[in-house]
Design a protein around this ligand. Structure first.
Ligand code: FE
Length: 140
């Protein structure tokens, strides 16, 4: 048995497009599996201030704590850091003639949104997320 205590022991979730399409509603499928973007100011968490943990809508992995959510004015739920450094992964995204940094769930590769260097302290980062990629587990 290899010693995995120091490695990343999180199991990746890999499903076919057909499986995801079956599990997700069409809008959520488009955003999370085809890197879509919901229209600004329309997502269900754009203005939410309820305390809790935002999990991945595809696999349930915890992604962001409500304590790090802030009002960015962008019309999308915005956070200054992930709940855990391993919760998300980033990739360069050159779509639409822009160079942006895409943010995905580290467990199932769901597209979450993008991260920009214009956020508040302490990180200076703005994780600009789609509500459809998230599921708020409210604290009691
Ligand atoms: Fe996920």
């Amino acid at each position: 048995m290899p010693d995995e205590t120091n490695g990343d022991t999180k199991e990746k979730i890999v499903k076919s497009d057909a499986e995801w399409r079956q599990e997700l509603d069409p809008e959520t499928y488009h955003i999370t599996r085809e890197a879509g973007t919901e229209r600004a100011f329309t997502g269900k968490y754009a203005y939410t201030k309820d305390p809790g943990v935002y999990t991945c809508t595809c696999c349930g992995q915890p992604l962001f704590d409500s304590d790090t959510k802030y009002e960015s004015g962008s019309g999308w739920p915005s956070f200054y850091q992930p709940i855990d450094a391993d919760a998300v992964e980033t990739h360069e995204d050159r779509a639409y003639g822009m160079v942006r940094t895409e943010v995905v769930c580290s467990r199932c590769d769901a597209h979450l949104g993008h991260v920009f260097p214009d956020g508040p302290e302490p990180t200076g980062l703005r994780f600009c997320m789609n509500s459809a990629s998230l599921n708020l587990k409210k604290k009691d």
